[in-house]
Each structure stands twice: as structure tokens, then as C-alpha cells.
Ligand binder design. Structure first.
Ligand code: UFG
Length: 338
């Protein structure tokens, strides 16, 4: 059985990715410091797949602790590196925390990969590296700009660090996946998104409003230059997104190219109002919302050109927006909060 190490494997995207690797017949080792997730996520994974992944509560910025895991699992064929902070607003308030965690974490992962001769890396990047592109949809050749936030900048810098490290090493190969907006939960509702405190992101805010935890959703701006005036994003089902990592590892195992980048989205943009409508139609829940001012730092619209991922990686988003939004609601109804 081939082994992969998944850092951040109890997080939102990480946990869904563990499930997809187990379903594809890989042995999975999870590393997570549980700073933004809970240990019970492993129970959810086990309920879905029947397998509990090997788990280390380790902070990727702690090189000594991390190395112990690499020493033990130097036979892994690939690392999927998720472990990072991800709150855009917080990164503006505390940039050093973000630069330290997100960059030191990658540096440690890469140096251990070199030391223990683990050849393949899949890195979780973001469409935030494109900023507001002039031309839509965005392809992987769309110029990368200085991102709006320190969080986004860590993604851009990390892509560059990976590129330089790959060029300096004969054996190391990598794929960066630039995610658009991941939403939804596993259809079993055993795992899903678990935001701490008030959610920043649209879908968890919607489901928490519908369940009564929040009074109403604020729609940030209805005066954008879009058909209904609200901002547009490419919302991708989290299980579809998770599967893209399995495709990426399989491609790396075929030794095709040293370093590649793929957009991972649906190829279709949806406005905030369209997401609200999709939620109301697919769940039968009426949502309280009001229009407020634009949120600082938000871009107007972005969606992916996914033809490279479709043709080269052989991956395609499959789950519909309605099903995805419904899965987020099923998860919200099931999740227990202390
Ligand atoms: N929105 C609302 N109300 C809310 C929350 C969001 O109207 O309460 C709107 C936003 O203004 C935006 C859309 O919903 O138009 C999506 O917002 P999210 O916060 O869900 O997602 P973003 O597109 O802002 O951010 C996401 C990821 C980031 C990543 C970024 C890249 O969360 O990690 O995409 O573009 F950097």
C-alpha cells in the first residue's frame, strides 16, 4: 500500500482529502496541531472509510517534532501540505503570525522531504494569487499579482519557494493546486467545515443563520458590476476538490513534469444572491439577509478556467451547486457545538 503524509489532515479540506486518499487505497498519515480543528474529526473519517488514519499532533513549524514523523514515515510517496492559517482578515491584523506559520511550515516540510528523500509534494494554493484579473475566466497563465492580504502573499511566496527548491533538486517534484472557493461537506455529514467563532466565509455564515445561530446574513455589496450587483466566485464542492489531490499524486507518481500548477474550480461563477437562492431552493429554508456595504479587500468577480485540470490532470468537478449547498446544510444540522 502506498503511503501519503497529509499535514493539516483534520482541517476542513484536509479531512475530506484524507477520505479520498483512503478510498483510493492509500495509507494515510495525518499531521495536525489541532489549532483550528478537533480530534473527533478522525472519528468522522473512520465512520466513512472504516479506517482510522495514523495521527500525530505536531505543529509543522516545530522542526524537531516534524522530523520524528518523517523519520518514521520516510517511505511515504508524497506529502500533501495543507497545514496553514487561512483567515484573510486576521492576517491583515497579525501578518507576522501568518508569515511565520505558513512559510516556516513549508520550509520544514521541504527540508524533511529532501532529507528523507520523499519525492512528491502537493501544495494547497489559492486563486487569491490572481487578485482581480482583467480577463475572465482565469487560466494558470493569468499573471500573479501582489495579493490583497498577508495570507494571500504567503501562498504566492510559498509557490515561489517550491519552484526554487524543485529547481535545485534532482528528485523533488510538486504540484500546486490553486483552489477557488471550497464549500459543502461529505454527503455522510460525518465531516464538514467547523469554523471557530463567527464565520468569515459565505456558506458557513448562511447555514449558521438558517439554524438560528446568527440573526441574519450580511450581503457585502450589491453595487458590483455583475448581473445582479453581488460579487461572483467559483464555488467548488469540497469532495471534488479533495479528489483533485489524488489525481495530483497519481500524476506525480508518473514523473511527468517537475512542477505544475492547476486551477481547481468548477469553471462557473455564482453571485452571492445566486448562492442564497440555491440554498433556499435546495433546502427549503428561508434565509434572513440584508444588503450592507462592500467588505474591504473583496474583489468583484473571479472564476476559473479549468481546462488544464480537466485535460492534463484528468480531473473534473462533478457535484452540482444545489447538492453541494444541501450537503453544507445537512452537516450544519448534524454538527454538535459545545
Ligand atoms: N460574503 C457575504 N457575506 C458574508 C460572507 C461573505 O456577502 O457574511 C460574500 C463576500 O463578500 C464574497 C463572497 O461572499 O463576495 C465569498 O466570500 P468568502 O469569504 O466565502 O470567500 P472569499 O472569496 O472572500 O475568500 C476565499 C477564501 C480565501 C481566499 C479567497 C481567494 O476564503 O481563503 O477566497 O479569493 F483567499
Amino acid at each position: 500500500m502506498q503511503k501519503v503524509i497529509i499535514t493539516g489532515g483534520t482541517g476542513y479540506i484536509g479531512s475530506h482529502t484524507v477520505v479520498e486518499f483512503q478510498n483510493a487505497g492509500f495509507e494515510v498519515v495525518v499531521i495536525d496541531n489541532l489549532s483550528n480543528s478537533i480530534i473527533e474529526v478522525l472519528d468522522g473519517i473512520e465512520k466513512i472509510t472504516g479506517i482510522r488514519p495514523i495521527f500525530y499532533q505536531v505543529d509543522v513549524t516545530e522542526q524537531k517534532d516534524l522530523e520524528i514523523v518523517f523519520q518514521k514515515h520516510g517511505d511515504a510517496v508524497a506529502i500533501i501540505h495543507f497545514a496553514a492559517y487561512k483567515a484573510v482578515g486576521e492576517s491583515v491584523q497579525e501578518p507576522l503570525k501568518y508569515y511565520h506559520n505558513n512559510i516556516q511550515g513549508l520550509l520544514n516540510v521541504l527540508s524533511n522531504m529532501l532529507k528523507y528523500d520523499i519525492p512528491n509534494l502537493v501544495f494547497s494554493s489559492s486563486c487569491t494569487v490572481y487578485g482581480q484579473p482583467d480577463k475572465l475566466p482565469v487560466t494558470e497563465d493569468t499573471p500573479v499579482v501582489k495579493p490583497e492580504s498577508p495570507y494571500g502573499n504567503t501562498k504566492k511566496i510559498n509557490e515561489e519557494i517550491i519552484d526554487d527548491t524543485i529547481n535545485s533538486s534532482e528528485n523533488l517534484c510538486a504540484i500546486s493546486l490553486r483552489y477557488f472557493n471550497p464549500i459543502g461537506a461529505h454527503t455522510s455529514a460525518y465531516i464538514g467545515e467547523l469554523p471557530l467563532g463567527v464565520p468569515d466565509n459565505l456558506l458557513p455564515y448562511i447555514t449558521q443563520t438558517a439554524i438560528g445561530l446568527r440573526k441574519e446574513l450580511s450581503v457585502f455589496g450589491d453595487n458590483y458590476n455583475t448581473p445582479d450587483g453581488t460579487a461572483i466566485r467559483d464555488y467548488i464542492n469540497v469532495c471534488d476538490l479533495a479528489k483533485a489531490h489524488v489525481f495530483a499524486v497519481k500524476r506525480l507518481l508518473n514523473n511527468v513534469l517537475k512542477y505544475e500548477i492547476f486551477n481547481i474550480g468548477t469553471g462557473k461563477g455564482s453571485s452571492v444572491m445566486e448562492i442564497i437562492k440555491a440554498f433556499e431552493t435546495s433546502t427549503g429554508q428561508k434565509l434572513n439577509y440584508k444588503i450592507v456595504d462592500r467588505r474591504a479587500g473583496d474583489i468583484e468577480q473571479v472564476w476559473a478556467d479549468t481546462s488544464k485540470a480537466n485535460k492534463v490532470l484528468g480531473w473534473k468537478a462533478e457535484v452540482s451547486l444545489d447538492e453541494t449547498v444541501k450537503s453544507a446544510w445537512e452537516w450544519e444540522k448534524k454538527v454538535k457545538r459545545d
